[in-house]
Design a binder for this molecule. Sequence first.
Ligand code: MRU
Length: 395
Amino acid sequence: MVLQAIQYEPASGSSPPALRVLDQLLLPHRTTYVDVLDCEEGHAAIKQMKVRGAPAIAIVAALALAVEIGTKVAARKLPSRADDVKETIGQRLDYLKTSRPTAVNLGDAVSKLKIVSKKAVIQSGASAESVAQAYIVAAERMLVDDVSDNKAIGGYGARWIEENTVAGKKRKQDQSQQLKVLTHCNTGSLATAGYGTALGVIRSLRAGDMLTQAYCTETRPYNQGSRLTAYELVHDQIPATLITDSMTCALLAREGKNLAAIVVGADRVAANGDTANKIGTYSLAVLARHHGVKFLVAAPRTTIDLATASGQDIEIEQRAPEEVTRIKGPKVAADGQVLVDEGAELISTAAIGIDVWNPAFDVTPAELIDGVVTERGVVEKTDGKFDFTGVFQQS
Ligand code: MRU
């Protein structure tokens, strides 16, 4: 079975396109897909984090509007003028963009899709249907391109680790040597259209018989690591160990040079390389520097935001206090059996009345990042500075 956060069927005959997302709030204990019929449902699925991860958010938003438009096409309810379809697309995209603020992929998709409909409307013979169709084709393309981009990221990242880390060089020479990697949050098939970014690097290392062990952090407070990354690693039978976020320092001290690298994803990489990613990423980068471990950010170019000069300009999403003070999951019987069928329990884990700060992301300074792995190669600093213009210039 292939893990898929996003299931999409293009329109066929008189049937409109269909979009379903895996409800990640129920993972790892339940596999339930929910239909996304329009932009309101897409917006809600993203805001409630049924779907999450920077690339997945952007793709689901784009496809939610594709379904909404496709449904109108099938029901012959499109506005009659091409220009009105373009206007509606722009307004609906602006609405979808308000679902979550930090990941730039959503804003990037919105800008690119607006350009598609603006270009479609000035084509000779443009009609309401042709503008709608141009939008749907472009949104569907994003789903396909994301998987191939992730596979390229995985390949470049794995090669960089082989060539630039002590463990990588040793293991290349001698297969009895250890090569371990630590990752944070969830950046795999569940956070993207498939394969993943940082988890794609881990998958790629494993496919090349280079990886001996992956470590994933729990990733409090939302537990994307213990619920989602651990689920993907078990699913793919990758040798892996779960640790709490507070164990990372002890792990780096224990593993020494066997730990080749810490590889994380990103929600927004500023022009100078400062990187917003899941809360806890910054502490890992500080730890990596202290222990002489390489620190890599793996992200498609859609996550690099050249319009944002530095991390100071990145809006950090603040989430509900309850994510910190409560935890949800099925009960466990005395014999260890998880009682999934009895539904989920909500458990209080903090003193009632305590004030809570719950930023969903932090910003890792570029200074602490050794490389940004994109689908066009690994960008490293020259004279202490990242320059991403090259990866955008290539065809
Ligand atoms: O709040 P989330 O779960 O959407 O945060 C996800 C992350 O921070 C990921 O590391 C990032 O989006 C990269 S996903 C390929």
